[in-house]
Structure formats: structure tokens, C-alpha cells
Design a protein around this ligand. Structure first.
Ligand code: NDP
Ligand code: HSE
Length: 438
């Protein structure tokens, strides 16, 4: 059988890694795919930078539309990133009847519905394994491996950069900026690293996971997003003293009245495997009603781990290229006419979770009673309490409370009342807590 021809858009960290893996494992990959996967063309901005990839008849261009309009190309692999011109290129490739592989979670979280509808209408595939959790085959696992299950929730460490920052700060005592610069050097960070540290990249990925877990359209604009920039070393330390680790977690959960979709720093019991995932590694925990909890772990970023997912998609597309489109796996796991656009994404106020609260309180009688009364009035039950012994002559001290689950709006109201007490100084720090047990 003649080779299937691939056009790469971008030869940076992931594009370069994809070319390297395809070349190094050519024979194994051909034996699996049934025909050779040949990269015929690649688009970059700087031809000099791309020179190192020359060879095997690879044609380079600075105009990515040369690739998507080339009639010899069967599969376009979009590894440029960002929204424009990536969106125009992907839609043009689809219009031209080409299959698409992309690692671009930003693009899919924002414009996935339009892109999947266009691909469906044209009978082509858009594959996106690399868009979530780098080298971990989580899309395949949820879309195919867990297809018997009613998924209850998905919780994941799905941003390598922030997990790397949190781990290096905790384990080596390094500063935030130093570790972020290292993540950039290693090719983990997004072009705009605020996407990583503010939780936006994780929310892009979670939006995709939520869509394939529950059969809903991608709805990034409804995701709640909070990053790691406001986390302090003392909260990390107090959490550890209470038996927890703090991770930037993406959580999507089915509730009776809708779907939770949220990214924020989260306390997790240290006994959970996922609490011990360090460095740029990712892990995703999926709860299915039949299978129970399943955990997927691996490298969430970097050239070859991400290339591993891109190449897996290339093999899938190659195998299915000649299949009747109706026999392929639906883009969002559920048949397009069976998606549930009316299932609401719950506003953060309606989310139910447990909490870690830290406040600076005056070292005097009655303070604790006032605070616990406010929580009791709001129907919030306390799970643990820790008060730091004040230093000699120190007039105030830190009070740390862990609560059981409550609605976020109840907690907001309770925090407002606590902050109004004359004995509580400044703002209450609130970090959400998930036991991830059921
Ligand atoms: P890089 O910045 O390393 O590479 C981008 C590539 O695209 C470069 O070769 C660049 O060319 C080229 N490019 C950018 N704009 C254009 C354009 N208009 N025309 C032609 N070429 C262009 O990005 P990454 O490889 O890190 O990321 C690519 C995608 O993969 C992104 O969507 C990212 O979110 C995603 N991703 C990245 C992971 C990672 O670990 N890095 C992991 C998972 C997903 P030049 O160098 O000449 O400017
Ligand atoms: N910037 C992303 C991360 C790359 O750090 O996880 C992988 O999607």
C-alpha cells in the first residue's frame, strides 16, 4: 500500500518530537498502521531554525496554507498552537477533505463544536489525543475503554508546568520564577505561560474531558478557573501538617442539577496516589459506575511524550481513513445527535466541595466560639481544626479549619461573616478540598 502523506503545521517542541519519533520508529509504526506514515511537508516561520529536520524528502514552507491546500497531503497535523491562524488552517484542511490531528487544546476548547461539526459534515476525522495530558492516552481511555460506564466524575493534574512548579518549590525550596523559567526551557510551558499558572490551560483540557465524559458540547466559557499564583508556602506547609498535598486540579462532576467544571488549587489526602504525582507528570482519575475509580499517569508535556500521542492519532487515522465515517468513534464519544447541550454547567456558587480555611485571629477568649457558631449557622460542619501556638508576646495567631462538603455559596456567606468579626484580621484564605474517594 502506498504511504499516507502527512503535512505538519509547526516544527517546534511537539512538531520536532513528532518527526523524530516517526523517523526513529518508522518500521514499528508501519507494521502497526499497515502502511507507511510519511511526513511530506512542514510549515514553519523560520526556515533556518527548521533546517536541522531536513532529510527524507521533507519539503519546508513558510506558508501553512501551502500544506492544507496541497492535494497530495492526506492528514494535516496542526502543531502551531493558538487560535489564529490555527482555526482557519484546520477548517480549510477539513474543507479540502483532509483528516486533522491536533494538540491544540486552546483551539478545541474554544471552537471544538464548530470544528467537529465541520469534520462530521465532510466525513473526516479530527483526532486530539495530545491535547489533554500529553502522552497519557486519556481520550482513548474515556472515549473507548470506559464506554460501558456512566462517568460520575473526572479529576486530574492536567498541567505539567504548574505541577512542576509546585513540586520544585515544595521539594527543593526554589522560587516560583526560577522554576517557571526552567519549565519554559524544557518546552513544557505554553507560549503565554499565564495560561499555565492561571489555570487556563488546565481548564481548556478539562473542558474537553468533560465533553467526552458526559456527552455535552465543549463549553470553556462556563469553566471556573483559578491558578496557583496566590498560593503561599504557609498553606502548603499547613496542608502537609494536616495530611494533605496541594495540587492544581481540574474537576468535572455530574450532579443531579448539572455538571461541575472547575480548575483550582485543591487539597488532596496525601494517601491518594494522585497526591504523589510530581514534576511535569500528569495523572487523571476517572470514576465510572461499573469500573469504579481508574487512574492514568504519565508525562503531561514535552517533545516526545506529546509526540507519542500525536503519532498514536496518526496511526488511528491511517487505519480508519478508508472506513465508512459512521463506523468511526464519534469526536466527543457520544453520537453527535445524542449530545446534551441543555445539561447545564453549574455556576461556582452551586458547586459542592469541602474547604481548607486559614485566618489570622486575635489570641483571645471566645474567638473560636464565634467562628464555629457562624459555620454552624451556615450548616457547615468542621472536620479538623489546628491553631498555631502564638509566639511569646504575639497578639494573633493562625487558625486553620477543614470543613466537610458544603455549597460554595454557603461558604461565601460564612466567610463574609467571619471576615466581619473584629477578632479576625484581614481576609480568610480558602482552598477547596477533595477526598476523591467516591
Ligand atoms: P512551539 O512554539 O515549540 O512550536 C510552534 C511551531 O509552530 C514552530 O515551529 C513555529 O515556527 C510554528 N509556527 C507558529 N506560527 C506559525 C505560522 N503562522 N506559520 C507557520 N508556522 C508557525 O510550540 P509547541 O510545540 O510547544 O506547541 C504546539 C502545540 O502543541 C500547542 O497547541 C501546544 O499547546 C500543544 N502542546 C504542547 C505541549 C508541549 O509539551 N510543548 C504538550 C501538549 C500540547 P517557528 O519556530 O519558525 O516560529
Ligand atoms: N503547557 C502545558 C503543560 C503543555 O504544562 O501541561 C502540555 O499540554
Amino acid at each position: 500500500m502506498k504511504p499516507i502523506k502527512v503535512g505538519l503545521l509547526g516544527l517546534g517542541t511537539v512538531g520536532g518530537g513528532t518527526l523524530t519519533v516517526l523517523r526513529r520508529n518508522r518500521q514499528e509504526i508501519t507494521r502497526r498502521a499497515g502502511r507507511e506514515i510519511q511526513v511530506a511537508m512542514a510549515a514553519v516561520r523560520d526556515l533556518n531554525k527548521a533546517e536541522k529536520h531536513n532529510g527524507d524528502g521533507l519539503k519546508l514552507t513558510t506558508d501553512p496554507f501551502d500544506v492544507v491546500n496541497n492535494p497530495d497531503i492526506d492528514i494535516v497535523v496542526e502543531l502551531i498552537g493558538g487560535l489564529s491562524p490555527a482555526k482557519e488552517l484546520v477548517l480549510k484542511a477539513i474543507e479540502n477533505g483532509k483528516h486533522v490531528v491536533t494538540a491544540n487544546k486552546h483551539l478545541l476548547a474554544k471552537h471544538g463544536n464548530e470544528i467537529f461539526a465541520a469534520a462530521q459534515a465532510k466525513g473526516v476525522m479530527v483526532a486530539f489525543e495530545a491535547a489533554v495530558a500529553g502522552g497519557i492516552p486519556i481520550i482513548k481511555a474515556i472515549r473507548e475503554g470506559l464506554t460501558a460506564n456512566r462517568i460520575e466524575w473526572v479529576a486530574g493534574i492536567i498541567n505539567g508546568t504548574t505541577n512542576f512548579i509546585l513540586s520544585e518549590m515544595r521539594e527543593k525550596g526554589l522560587g516560583f520564577d526560577t522554576v517557571l523559567a526552567e519549565a519554559q526551557r524544557l518546552g513544557y510551558a505554553e507560549a503565554d505561560p499565564t495560561f499555565d499558572v492561571e489555570g487556563i490551560d488546565a481548564a481548556h483540557k478539562l473542558t474537553i474531558l468533560s465533553a467526552i465524559a458526559f456527552g455535552i458540547p465543549v463549553q470553556f466559557d462556563r469553566a471556573y478557573t483559578e491558578g496557583i499564583t496566590r498560593l503561599t508556602g504557609e498553606d502548603v506547609k499547613y496542608a502537609e501538617q494536616l495530611g494533605y498535598r496541594i495540587k492544581l486540579l481540574g474537576i468535572t462532576r455530574r450532579r443531579a442539577n448539572g455538571i461541575e467544571l472547575r480548575v483550582h488549587p485543591t487539597l488532596i489526602p496525601e494517601k491518594r496516589l494522585i497526591a504523589n504525582v510530581s514534576g511535569a507528570m500528569n495523572a487523571v482519575l476517572v470514576m465510572g459506575d461499573a469500573v469504579g475509580p481508574t487512574l492514568y499517569y504519565g508525562a503531561g508535556a514535552g517533545a516526545e511524550p506529546t509526540a507519542s500521542a500525536v503519532v498514536a492519532d496518526l496511526v488511528d487515522v491511517t487505519r480508519l481513513a478508508t472506513a465508512d465515517p459512521h463506523h468511526r468513534v464519534p469526536h466527543l464519544a457520544f453520537q453527535p445527535d445524542a449530545l446534551q447541550p441543555d445539561l447545564p454547567i453549574l455556576p461556582m456558587e452551586e458547586v459542592e466541595t469541602a474547604y481548607y480555611l486559614r485566618m489570622r485571629v486575635a489570641d483571645q477568649t471566645g474567638v473560636l466560639a464565634d467562628i464555629t457558631r457562624i459555620l454552624a449557622d451556615s450548616n457547615i460542619s468542621i472536620d479538623a481544626l489546628m491553631q498555631r501556638e502564638p509566639e511569646e508576646g504575639e497578639p494573633s495567631t493562625d487558625l486553620i479549619l477543614l470543613t466537610h462538603e458544603t455549597l460554595e455559596k454557603n461558604m461565601n456567606a460564612a466567610i463574609a461573616r467571619i471576615e466581619g468579626l473584629g477578632t479576625v484580621q484581614g481576609k480568610v484564605t480558602r482552598i477547596r478540598l477533595e477526598t476523591l474517594g467516591k
